[in-house]
Ligand binder design. Structure first.
Ligand code: RB5
Length: 150
């Protein structure tokens, strides 16, 4: 699976941890920064991953900022992106089963490292359950198509 990874300074430490974790499960993520703890603007980095997921150039992405909120708002501006802020295991699982999330967002200042790794593991391993959830996503897609002017 091709996964893009990006963060701001609020998510830098966790991004590095998750990069090692992903490698330990044989996934080499495309790390799009940031690459240091200096203050940066999360849209500059989140967009690099969200754009590629939107275009189908990456299957999935993981974004991390301080709370996860800014990255979520940003990523969901991109057509076809279903970014889910999941700072707990239940949300991570349901974001896959019900929402077919293709970007996972985590708050680096909220979630402890070990929990974050479990969140990523669950998110990677849980399939979309389709059925009635597919119909709901198709409704969102139709709204997106109607509104998107890009
Ligand atoms: C940066 O201080 C912080 O605003 C950012 O990491 C994120 O939490 C935004 O939503």
């Amino acid at each position: 699976m091709q996964i893009g990874l990006a963060c701001d300074h609020g998510g830098f430490e966790l991004k590095e941890e998750l990069k090692s974790f992903l490698r330990s499960v044989n996934i080499e993520p495309a790390d799009m920064g940031t690459f240091a703890e200096d203050s940066v603007d999360y849209p500059d980095f989140g967009m690099l991953v969200a754009e590629k997921v939107s275009r189908g150039e990456l299957e999935r992405g993981i974004l991390i900022c301080g709370t996860g909120i800014g990255m979520s708002i940003l990523a969901n501006k991109f057509p076809g992106v279903r970014a889910a802020l999941a700072n707990d295991l239940y949300s991570a699982r349901l974001s896959r089963e019900h929402n077919d999330s293709n970007i996972l967002v985590i708050g680096g200042r909220i979630v402890a490292k070990d929990l974050a790794k479990e969140i990523v593991r669950v998110w990677l391993e849980t399939p979309f359950s389709a059925g009635r959830h597919k119909r709901r996503l198709e409704k969102i897609e139709a709204i997106e198509k109607k509104n998107f002017k890009g």
